[in-house]
Design a protein around this ligand. Structure first.
Ligand code: MF3
Ligand code: CO
Length: 248
C-alpha cells in the first residue's frame, strides 16, 4: 500500500530533507585525501544532532553507524571505519537518512577525493544525470517503471551498468515504504503515481557488471568484478506538476 502524505507530514519531511541536503553539501569541503570514513560519520552525527534530528540509519536492522560510506567498488551500505583512510583518486558514496519527529528524508551523493580520473567523474555524473532523467517521469499519471526505464536508458547509454539488487522506495514514517522503484525495467508498469506520494529515487550504477556480493561485515555491498560504483539519491514529492525535491 502506498501512503499519501498529509500537509503536516510533508512539512516534517521537508524539514528533514532540508537538513539532509545541507549536510551532504557540507561534506564537499570535509571529504579530502587523508580523512577516514569514520570522520564522515562523526561529522554527520554531530550535524544531525545540532538540528535536533536523528540519523535514522543507526540501529536500522542493526546497522552500526549514522551514515553509509561506500568507497570505489563498494556500492552501498559501507560501514564507516577509522581504518578506512580516503586516498587521492578515490570516490566515496555517502547515503544519509534524517528523521524529524518520526518522518524521514533519504539522500545520497558520490564525492571525488582530491583529483579523480575522468572515468570516475563520468560515472559520478552519470548517476546524477540518470536521477534527473528519471524524475522527468515523477509526475502524477506516469507509472513507477517509467522512472525506472528512463534511469536505465541513461546509464546504459553511457556504457555503465545498473545495480539490480537494491532499489529506490517510498519513504515517510518508515525508511522503506511501498512502492519499490528499480533503476531498470520496461516502461508503463507498476503503480500509477499520485500527488502526495513521497519517493526516494536512487540510481546505483557501476562501471561493469551489476552483480554484487555482500562482505563478511554483513553490510558492505561490492561489485563482484571490482568495477567502481556511484550513487545519487533524493527524496521527492509527487505533485500534478514538477516533483518537489526535498533533499537538494
Ligand atoms: N539509506 C539507504 C537507502 O537508500 C538504506 C540504508 S540501510 C541502513 O535506502 F541500514 F544503513 F540504514
Ligand atoms: Co534510499
Amino acid at each position: 500500500m502506498i501512503i499519501i502524505k498529509s500537509k503536516q507530514e510533508l512539512d516534517l519531511m521537508r524539514e528533514a530533507g532540508k537538513v539532509t541536503g545541507i549536510i551532504l553539501n557540507e561534506l564537499k569541503d570535509l571529504i579530502k585525501p587523508g580523512i577516514s570514513t569514520l570522520d564522515i560519520d562523526k561529522f554527520v552525527e554531530k550535524s544531525v544532532k545540532k538540528y535536533g534530528m536523528i540519523a535514522a540509519e543507526k540501529g536500522y536492522c542493526g546497522y552500526p553507524a549514522s551514515v553509509c560510506t561506500s568507497v570505489n567498488e563498494e556500492v552501498v551500505h559501507g560501514i564507516p571505519s577509522k581504518k578506512r583512510i580516503l586516498r587521492e583518486g578515490d570516490i566515496v558514496s555517502v547515503d544519509l537518512v534524517v528523521d524529524n519527529q518520526g518522518y524521514m528524508a533519504d539522500a545520497a551523493r558520490t564525492y571525488a577525493v582530491g583529483k579523480i580520473s575522468e572515468r570516475a567523474q563520468h560515472l559520478i555524473d552519470t548517476a546524477e544525470k540518470a536521477f534527473f532523467d528519471g524524475i522527468a517521469f515523477a509526475k502524477e499519471g506516469y507509472r513507477v517503471s517509467d522512472i525506472s526505464h528512463a534511469i536505465q536508458k541513461t546509464v546504459e547509454g553511457e556504457g555503465f551498468g545498473v545495480i539490480r539488487d537494491f532499489v529506490g522506495h517510498g519513504i515517510g514514517s518508515d525508511m522503506h515504504e511501498d512502492p519499490q522503484i528499480p533503476n531498470y525495467g520496461k516502461p508503463g508498469k507498476g503503480p500509477r503515481l499520485q500527488s502526495g506520494m513521497t519517493l526516494a529515487i536512487e540510481p546505483m550504477i557501476c562501471e561493469g557488471d551489476w552483480e554484487v556480493d555482500v562482505l563478511l561485515d554483513d553490510w558492505t555491498a561490492v561489485t563482484v568484478d571490482g568495477g567502481w560504483a556511484a550513487h545519487y539519491e533524493n527524496t521527492v514529492v509527487i505533485t500534478d506538476g514538477e516533483p518537489e525535491l526535498l533533499t537538494l
